[in-house]
Design a protein around this ligand. Structure first.
Ligand code: QAP
Ligand code: CO
Length: 178
């Protein structure tokens, strides 16, 4: 198991479109386990492979309070969407910023599991929003893309400035150097 480095906006590698997984093998199962460990340690509720600079269509989510419901989706596709919901979103690649985004309230997803077998499941509310947010990452899209140009530029400038002065950024205050 390993904790992977998370790319941060505006890193251009976050704009990569991930390729479908061709074979669900042990290397892919290790990637999924490392992504879950990285997400839990952040802590976060969702992570896409794109965010750890692996450009394959894999995402992990766990919206439980106690890490009791890890879910892995390989080559996920949304096959039904219903309703509209606005939720305040954040992102491990955009640390310290949260803004409301409109998404489908209810979705049906088809994907491969860690056994390589296809499955379908429904999701609503936070889980549905999280899956939609993570599938966006696999397409090179970030939640800030739904905001006004002004808000997105403000966030980009603050993160760029924070990277030049890492000791005072929101992110390093959340995870101080030991
Ligand atoms: C996506 O995001 C999501 O800014 C997952 O400083 C989030 O796990 C979907 C995080 C909210 C729906 C609603 C963000 C951690 C975690 C930060 C995350 C931060 C530390 C974000
Ligand atoms: Co994200």
């Amino acid at each position: 198991m390993a904790i992977l480095e998370i790319l941060e906006y505006p890193d251009p590698r976050l704009r990569t479109r991930a390729k479908p997984v061709e074979k669900v093998d042990d290397a892919l199962r290790t990637l999924a386990a490392d992504m879950l460990e990285t997400m839990y340690s952040a802590p976060g509720i969702g992570l896409a492979a794109t965010q750890v600079n692996v450009h394959q269509r894999v995402l992990v989510v766990d919206v439980s309070e106690d890490h009791s419901n890890p879910l892995v989706f390989i080559n996920p596709q949304i096959i039904e969407r219903d309703g509209v919901e606005v939720m305040e979103e954040g992102c491990l690649s955009v640390p310290g910023f949260y803004e409301p985004v409109e998404r489908a309230q209810h979705i049906r997803v088809r994907a491969l599991g860690l056994d390589g077998e296809p499955f379908e499941r429904e999701a609503e509310d936070l889980l549905a929003v999280c899956i939609q947010h993570e599938i966006d990452h696999l397409d090179g899209k970030l939640f800030v893309d739904y905001l006004s140009d002004l808000k997105r530029q403000r966030i980009r400038k603050k993160l760029e400035k924070g990277r030049r002065h890492p000791e005072s950024s929101a992110h390093s205050l959340n995870s101080p150097a030991i």
